[in-house]
Design a protein around this ligand. Structure first.
Ligand SMILES: C[S@@+](CC[C@H](N)C(=O)[O-])C[C@H]1O[C@@H](n2cnc3c(N)ncnc32)[C@H](O)[C@@H]1O
Length: 225
């Protein structure tokens, strides 16, 4: 019974409800809820199995579409999908700032994604494919990702549904602040986020595909011919 409630709380958190809201709704402390979420993130492989399977399937189709020779996986997670599946076909750099060292002692790169991108920008190091897959907002990686990706760019908008729901009662319009979208929040769709990236890339990239889940959307961009 309790695990049903925990699962429900995790689900609502994924949909963008604040810890404060969940704490007052269910009567558990914010700290306890945070500890459940953190434990859940470590167990994502099983909790989000369908979501992951779909993501990995589309990743593979995208790989075939662009046939990259180099990949930068900025938020690789515990599964390290690109390195573990395509590491022998091409050069993959995997990074994750918070990866559980005990789970993956072979991880070498533990840097904040935006900082890593800035370091690569300084030396103008390009990759055929860059994957930006945060839980939250990808905003601080988008410009550099566009500059350094030569064939394909993948961006997960972990903040998109949060902007729609979690902040819906706030006067601040995060779409405007983050993405320069001058529309009422309820009118913003994932296509507007796609358009934001396409325009920012000066139309060098176009949308190849979009997958949408309860908590986020992920857009695959491919270089225009
Ligand atoms: C959505 S998960 C990644 C899932 C993974 N790409 C996959 O497909 O299996 C987001 C990951 O970002 C990591 N992370 C959180 N903040 C980060 C940051 N600032 N820079 C790099 N990684 C970060 C987390 O540890 C987590 O593993």
């Amino acid at each position: 019974m309790k695990s049903d409630i925990v699962n429900k709380i995790i689900e609502l958190r994924e949909e963008g409800f604040s810890y404060k809201h969940l704490s007052s709704k269910y009567g558990y402390s914010e700290e306890l809820i945070k500890s459940w979420i953190s434990k859940y993130k470590k167990q994502l492989n099983t909790y989000n199995k369908d979501h992951l399977e779909e993501k990995y399937q589309i990743n593979s189709e995208f790989f075939e579409a662009i046939k990259p020779k180099s990949i930068l996986d900025l938020y690789c997670g515990r599964n390290r999908f690109w390195a573990d599946n395509y590491g022998s076909d091409c050069k993959v750099i995997s990074n994750d700032a918070l990866v559980d060292k005990e789970a993956r002692p072979d991880y070498k790169m533990n840097i904040r994604a935006d900082q890593l991108l800035q370091a690569y920008l300084l030396v103008d190091k390009h990759f055929d494919l860059i994957d930006i897959d945060p839980y939250g907002s990808p905003r601080d990686c988008i410009e550099a990702g566009i500059k350094l990706a030569d064939k394909g760019l993948i961006v997960t908008f972990g903040d998109f549904k949060n902007c729609c729901k979690r902040f819906s009662s706030e006067s601040k319009n995060l779409f405007q602040e983050f993405y320069g979208i001058n529309l009422p929040k309820e009118k913003v769709t994932i296509d507007h986020m796609a358009e934001f990236v396409v325009k920012l890339s000066n139309y060098r990239f176009k949308v190849w595909g979009i997958i949408s889940w309860k908590s986020c959307d992920r857009i695959y961009f491919i270089k225009e011919d």
